[in-house]
Design a protein around this ligand. Sequence first.
Ligand code: DGL
Length: 267
Amino acid sequence: MKIGVFDSGVGGLTVLHALLDAIPQADYLYLGDTARLPYGSKSATTIARYAVSSVHFLLEQGAEYLVIACNTASALAMNDICAAVSTEVLGVIEPGARAASALSHSKNVCVIGTAATVGSHAYQRALAKLGVNAYEKACPLFVPLVEEGWTEHPVTEQVARIYLEELAREQCSNGNGKADVLVLGCTHYPLLKPLLHRVLPPDMQLVDSAQATAHDVAQHLGLAANTRRREPNIRFFATDSVDKFRLLGSRFLRREIAKVELITLPE
Ligand code: DGL
């Protein structure tokens, strides 16, 4: 089985990392559309156009199943992607929402993500279908801070405190009740887990959409983690600097990336 994983850049490597853990017996094609990143500040039309051309490329390379690792593309381009391809596609929103719903006792959940993801209310809709109320907050500064490597920096901690205090205030002024789960609705946020745990109330649980998605892909494909590990074949593609992808990407994937192929996508 060859799984195509698509993201706007290197962030989706957190999803690939979780997939490698959950389904080591598959082979992977990973495309980071680094030339056109960030997606999180762009309009739905542009994101859908970029995402559709990206998944077409993965299919041309032989992908048999598609994972949209990018929260922003999953939130805003899923309908366009599904209409453009006949292959099975899974985004990160539904798995993340299901995991949050299963974990929440209060049925109130906070979601953080890019401006585009939060503006789309895709998580809110997915959670509402499961009977869960969502408080959403765009945290646009987190992506550049994580890419800068400032995952433990005091500036990032200060930024996190400001964002999360705003979320807490919203919960106080809303009659629905207090959230007990925070959904990390962006590929970059799993790298902030230790910092967020320090800033959040101790009883707040974190849901990582990357892990939830990998778990769901394994279930959809009927592939449980194989006990006999083999080294999966992974090909990496980027639309901009392969050196930057290799350097930055290794932090997100938590393993060395030896080779990245530079490609150009049609507009
Ligand atoms: N991959 C994006 C996401 O998960 C974050 C980076 C971007 O804005 O392109 O929403």
